[in-house]
Structures are given as structure tokens and as C-alpha cells.
Design a protein around this ligand. Structure first.
Ligand code: DC
Length: 240
């Protein structure tokens, strides 16, 4: 497409469709896609497996901090998956990080400053050569504040809850109601936006995309236009 590469930061709330959007964009422009939520989930899975989270939900922080150096998180190819998926110390954990157990412990783990520091460093290393679409909560604000293109995705909470409910139903989970899913989303939004270190917030220079009623194809088209416009601008030497 072009020899000039940029960093695309996609941040936003959970279940607002930002991962599908970021993934589709990366594929269509030949960029690497990095799902940073998977990395926070990977640390959470590690903590659960090593019993560094007690049954009552308490995190053994000092122990976790000292054990992080023995934790390797990589995105590698795996049979059965189209794209590289998360590996924890060499083993594929793509399925294991998507469980309700991990989902219910990840927000407090993601609020720990030493966990954020550990993962932020790795994310910055992944983006060193640019040519990357990174999706998360703090990519445009903390990981790559200098990213050339920043998108902040929002969607109506009810639309997000419906999307999440459909996802659960498709996996055969009929145990939870729309109201419960909505409440859970709102609680997670609260934790993500109120933690002291790198809370979820819109970067001042981010483009806001309200994803309530936009299809993936429409989003991709919009983002590709924006991407091309930024590259044209960069080629003109006015930025970067
Ligand atoms: O996107 P996700 O639902 O897989 O993210 C899982 C959790 O990780 C979520 O509680 C927010 C947190 N997270 C974060 O704090 N910073 C990021 N860059 C990505 C995710």
C-alpha cells in the first residue's frame, strides 16, 4: 500500500465492537493487529492458575509482582486460528482467557500499576516498527500517545449489552438476562474509567466513532478513508 507505516490506536468500552473493527481494518491494510485486552486476560489467567487470586477474590500482589518476570506472553500462530493468538509460556490460551472466570477477575488485575507497566512496555515493543493496529483502553493515551491515528469507539450501553448477550447465547449460555449483562457492563465501565493509572478515556486528538448502529463494513470503510487521509498528510511531510 505504502512504505510509510503508522500506529493506529483503537480504544473504547467493552463489547462496543472495537475488536472486530480493529481486526478488519488491520487485515485490509496489511497491518499487524494486537489485542491488548488478551494480554490483561493472560496475566489474569496466570494469577488464577498460580493461585495468586484467593477464592474470595483477593490478589496476592507482592507475589504476583515478583512472579511476572517468569511470565511470557506472545502472539503466535496456532492451528485452527486464522490469526496469531495469545500463548502463555509457549502454550495457546486463546480459549482459556475467554472464560467468565477470567472476565470476572480481569478488571482488578488491570488496575494494578505494576501489571500495567509490565504490559505497556511489551505493547510499546510490539509497536516499535509501526504498521500496527492496537486495540485496548489506554493505547492512545498511555501506550502510544504519539500514535498518528486514534479512534475512540463508543456505543449505546443497551446496544452493547444486546451484542454481548447474543454472543453468550451463541455459546449456549442462557443463564443471564439482558438487565444482568447491562449491569455487568456498567460496573466494568466504572472500574475501567475510574482506576488511578491509565483509566479508559478518550484521547483529546482521537476521532470518536459511535458504533451503535454502524455495520462492520461501514466502519471499515470509514476507517480506511481516515487512514488514507492520514498517510497522504504524512507523505506531504506536514506531520510525524
Ligand atoms: O477488551 P477486553 O474485554 O478483552 O479487556 C479485558 C480487560 O482488560 C478489561 O477489563 C479492560 C482491561 N484492559 C485494560 O485495562 N487496558 C487495555 N489496554 C486493554 C484491556
Amino acid at each position: 500500500m505504502t512504505d510509510k507505516k503508522i500506529i493506529v490506536a483503537v480504544d473504547g468500552y467493552s463489547s462496543c465492537g472495537k475488536s472486530s473493527m480493529a481486526r478488519t481494518l488491520a487485515k485490509n491494510i496489511g497491518y499487524i493487529y494486537v489485542d491488548t485486552g488478551a494480554m490483561y486476560r493472560g496475566v489474569t489467567l496466570f494469577a488464577l492458575r498460580e493461585e495468586l487470586i484467593t477464592p474470595s477474590g483477593e490478589i496476592l500482589e507482592a507475589e504476583l509482582e515478583s512472579r511476572l518476570s517468569s511470565l511470557s506472553l506472545t502472539f503466535d500462530r496456532q492451528e485452527g486460528y486464522e490469526e496469531p493468538v495469545l500463548h502463555l509460556n509457549g502454550s495457546c490460551v486463546e480459549q482459556d482467557i475467554r472464560t467468565m472466570q477470567v472476565a470476572s477477575h480481569v478488571s482488578p488485575i488491570a488496575a494494578l500499576p505494576f501489571v500495567r507497566e509490565f504490559l505497556t512496555r511489551q505493547q510499546q515493543a510490539l509497536g516499535q516498527a509501526k504498521g500496527i493496529v492496537m486495540d485496548g483502553r489506554d493505547i492512545g493515551t498511555a501506550v502510544f500517545p504519539e500514535a498518528e491515528m486514534k479512534v475512540f469507539v463508543t456505543a449505546d450501553p443497551r446496544v452493547r449489552a444486546e451484542r454481548r448477550l447474543a454472543e453468550l447465547r451463541s455459546k449456549g449460555d442462557n443463564s443471564i438476562s439482558l438487565e444482568e449483562v447491562l449491569k455487568n457492563l456498567q460496573e466494568r465501565d466504572y472500574i475501567d474509567t475510574h482506576r488511578p493509572v491509565a483509566p479508559l478515556r478518550q484521547a483529546e486528538d482521537a476521532v470518536v466513532l459511535d458504533n451503535s448502529h454502524v455495520s462492520i463494513a461501514e466502519q471499515d470503510l470509514m476507517l480506511r478513508f481516515a487512514f488514507e487521509a492520514i498517510l497522504a498528510h504524512l507523505r506531504g511531510g506536514q506531520r510525524g
